[in-house]
Each structure stands twice: as structure tokens, then as C-alpha cells.
Design a binder for this molecule. Structure first.
Ligand code: FAD
Ligand code: SF4
Length: 403
């Protein structure tokens, strides 16, 4: 398949798919929103689940693809710099300290962009996504905090074209950004900035309900949750209280089918095609993790740098044994009794991987699981769909099928 799309405007004749109609990627569709627009014209080339094209899109976006001799590139993608950072004055109600919302507000108020694609929630459901093009800081701030569900962020792309905007910032997760990069030249923009977050284990709205009901003591009052670097899920409730559940106490058997098939076949955890990535997993507990991939990423960071406290990233421990042991445990759906899970959590927090090594631990665990998923459910896709960097990561471990 071709790597990039020639600028033809032929998409104007294409028809968006109606809600509920099957998507071209079928059960692997992540509902990124592209097929809700006439850019569906490019879906065969652009869809992250129909056409894996990391090397070409990385070269188009960053000027080079990943150096396969560099382990750092396998894991974190093309990058110039990484930092740990946090806002001196955190934004109340943000997922972490609100670096994403702050950068977006600054880019808008400093006049670098005319609009920001981000995702608010539906009025009656805090977790149901509602993508918008924000044109004021208030609209950006109303989109703060994760909507931990598949979100059709690209469904607003036709509105971008109709608005005549020339300078745009898009906030999004890996599958959305892969499709965006593939149609970027068709959008008629003079400048596109992409502020990405890492993303893993996303769910449909129904899947989220099952996760909350299986894992939290009070599912209806959860306002926000995160799988933290201390090997616990932290649920924040409406009254401000925090409930923690150790990873090792999760009901793996019940939760195995909760994650969306798109996320079980994704190898873009670190959002390799964004200009700047803001996550947490490569940073110390309480800090955010920033990956600057290119010059536009530097501009994004510069817009808010004076509001950030920053420190270098570090790395501690060795993840390999823990990852290897987790593979058969996950396969068997092992769930520890809560007292043992809590004890294990305390021990592993003391001696387990930290900083970038924690990020590698999480990437290895998810990539081995996802590789097995694709190998079993879509064997015909395995060779082309799994990018070379992911094959190298997975190749460090013994998998049940390969023993
Ligand atoms: P805020 O200022 O609160 O802004 C959050 C932004 O995220 C908003 O602008 C909003 O538009 C956007 N957003 C919210 N939900 C979605 C969505 N479903 N799709 C696209 N955009 C959305 N980081 C890691 O390091 N490791 C992880 O495993 C990880 N998993 C994630 C899973 C999901 C589903 C998501 C959405 C994010 C994940 N992140 C992960 C990123 C992390 O949780 C924070 O979003 C990030 O650090 C930014 O925090 P903040 O306080 O700066 O964001
Ligand atoms: Fe279309 Fe996006 Fe689904 Fe692919 S993931 S089929 S591009 S909506």
C-alpha cells in the first residue's frame, strides 16, 4: 500500500459512514472518527489497523524513522529530548497536573493556532467523549481529564476544512494521530501541531462500566482513574477520596475481554507520530513525562515552559524477569487474594523498575500480550501489522507459542 496520500481533494465526493454502520477495520476499529467524515476516502491507506506504515509516516513527520539499532528508539520512538515535569500550579480536575491543557491554552492565546481539537464529555455522562474544535481557553479547559473510552476525535476534521482555519493543534492518542498524519496534506493547513498522550487498554463505554464495577468499591462516584507507577490503580471519587487497587489484585479473568480489540492489537503506546508527547509512565511518581520528537514539539513545550518545574528523566531496576513471569500469569488469568496483591504491590514498588525502566516494563507487558492477541486472532495480519521495533521488543521474551 502507499505510504502517504497525494493531495487530490478527491475526498469531497466520498460519503461518511452513518453511526452504527460497520467500519472498514471491522472489529479492530478504534472509532478514531476518520470514517465519520469524507476523509473515509483514504481509509485503506490511512487506518492504523488496515495499513501499518510507521517508518514512512515517521520520516514524513520527524525527518527520519526509528533507528532500529537504538533501543531507546524502539521504546520511545524518534525523539530529541525527554523530561520529567509538573506544573508549578496544577490545574484542578486535570488528569495529572494539566500540562496538556496548559500548552493548548498557551498556543491559542499566543496566536500560534486558531483552534484546538480536543475532547470534552457529553453533558449527561462524564466518561462519554464529545470531540470539539476549541476556540477559547475555556473550551480547552472543559476538555481536561481523560475520557478513558474510544473517542472519535477525527470526526471534527470536516469542520476544520469548512472553518477555513490554517493553523491547528490536535490533541490525541496514537491511532487517531496515525490516521491524521496519513491525511494531513489533505487538510489544507499551513501548520499542524500534534500534542499526543500515550494510550493503552482503552475501552468502549460499556467496557468501562464493567471495569469500574469489577474493580472499584463505588463505581458510580469515580471521576478519574489511572494505572500508576506504584503498581496500583488510583480511583479518584467525587468527594476527593482516593481508592487504590494493586495491579496484581485485578480480576484478570473477568477483565480479559474488556479492552477493545483495537487496543489489544496496538503497538503505538507512546504515540510515535505526535510532535510532543505528555504522559506519566517514564517519570517519578507524581510527575509527568515529556517526549519532544521534533521542532514543532519544542515550540509546543516552549509555549508553557515558564509554568513548569522540570528535571531529567532517570531509570532504575531491571524489568525483564517481571515481564517474563507476567506472561503465563496473564494467560492463566491469575488473580491474587487482595492481601497478597497488596503485599506484592508494596514489595515491587520498593524493588521494581522505576522511571524509564517502568515505562519499558509497561511497554513490554502490553506488546507481548498484544503480539499474542494478533498472532491468535488475526494471524494473516501479523507480519505486516506488527512494526519492526515492536517485533524486536517482543523478541526479548519467550512466548507460549514460540517455546
Ligand atoms: P489534561 O490537561 O487533563 O488534558 C487531557 C487531554 O486529553 C484533553 O485535552 C483531552 O482532549 C484529551 N483526551 C481525553 N480523553 C481522550 C481520549 N479518549 N482520546 C484522545 N484524547 C483524549 N500515559 C502514560 O504515561 N501511560 C499510559 O498508560 C497512559 N494511558 C492513557 C490512556 C488513555 C485512554 C488516555 C486518554 C491517556 C493515557 N495516558 C497515559 C496519558 C495520561 O493519562 C494523561 O492524559 C497525560 O499525562 C496528560 O495529563 P494532563 O494532566 O496534562 O492532561
Ligand atoms: Fe475508520 Fe478510524 Fe475505524 Fe480505521 S479506526 S475503520 S480509520 S474509524
Amino acid at each position: 500500500m502507499t505510504s502517504t496520500v497525494p493531495p487530490t481533494r478527491a475526498h469531497h465526493k466520498a460519503r461518511a459512514l452513518k453511526p452504527g454502520r460497520p467500519r472498514p477495520a471491522k472489529e479492530l476499529c478504534s472509532e478514531c472518527g476518520l470514517c465519520d467524515t469524507h476523509y473515509i476516502h483514504y481509509v485503506k491507506e490511512a487506518c492504523a489497523f488496515l495499513n501499518q506504515q510507521f517508518p514512512d509516516l515517521e520520516a514524513q513527520t520527524h525527518g527520519r524513522s526509528r533507528d532500529l539499532e537504538s533501543e531507546d528508539d524502539w521504546y520511545f520512538g524518534v525523539h530529541e529530548e525527554m523530561f520529567a515535569a509538573r506544573k508549578r500550579e496544577p490545574i484542578a480536575g486535570a488528569q495529572w497536573t494539566g500540562i496538556v491543557s496548559t500548552i493548548a491554552c498557551e498556543m491559542l492565546t499566543q496566536g500560534q493556532v486558531e483552534g484546538v481539537v480536543c475532547v470534552q464529555n457529553q453533558p449527561r455522562d462524564r466518561f462519554q467523549p464529545m470531540p470539539i474544535i476549541a476556540r477559547t481557553p475555556e473550551e480547552i479547559l472543559a476538555a481536561r481529564v481523560n475520557k478513558p473510552t474510544l473517542s472519535p476525535n477525527l470526526s471534527v476534521l470536516e469542520q476544520v476544512e469548512q472553518s477555513g482555519m490554517k493553523r491547528l493543534l490536535v490533541i490525541g492518542v496514537g491511532c487517531q494521530i496515525q490516521a491524521l498524519r496519513a491525511v494531513e496534506k489533505e487538510l489544507g493547513l499551513e501548520k499542524l501541531y500534534v500534542l499526543g498522550t500515550p494510550c493503552v487498554d482503552n475501552v468502549t463505554r460499556a467496557g468501562l462500566q464493567k471495569f469500574l464495577e469489577t474493580t472499584s468499591k463505588s463505581p458510580e462516584t469515580v471521576v478519574h482513574y489511572e494505572f500508576m507507577q506504584d503498581f496500583r490503580v488510583h480511583f479518584k471519587h467525587e468527594d476527593g477520596s482516593i481508592e487504590t487497587v494493586p495491579f496484581f489484585g485485578l480480576n484478570t479473568k473477568e477483565l480479559k475481554d474488556v479492552f477493545a480489540p483495537s487496543c489489544l492489537s496496538c503497538f503505538d503506546y507512546v504515540n510515535g507520530l505526535a510532535d510532543l508527547v505528555v504522559g506519566y509512565m517514564g517519570a517519578p511518581f507524581g510527575w509527568q513525562w515529556l517526549v519532544v520528537r521534533n521542532e514543532r514539539g519544542r515550540e509546543l513545550l516552549a509555549s508553557a515552559r515558564d509554568q513548569l518545574e522540570m528535571q531529567p528523566v532517570n531509570s532504575q531496576g531491571d524489568r525483564h524477569q517481571a515481564v517474563q513471569q507476567s506472561i503465563p500469569a496473564y494467560e492463566a488469568g491469575v488473580t491474587l487474594p487482595m492481601w497478597a496483591a497488596r503485599l506484592m504491590g508494596v514489595i515491587i514498588e520498593k524493588i521494581g523498575p522505576k522511571g524509564l525502566e517502568y515505562a519499558r516494563f509497561s511497554i513490554d507487558s502490553h506488546f507481548t500480550r498484544n503480539y499474542l492477541y494478533v498472532q491468535r486472532q488475526h494471524p494473516e495480519k501479523l507480519a505486516a501489522h506488527v512494526p519492526e521495533f515492536a517485533k524486536r521488543i517482543v523478541g526479548q521474551y519467550k512466548l507460549p507459542e514460540n517455546q
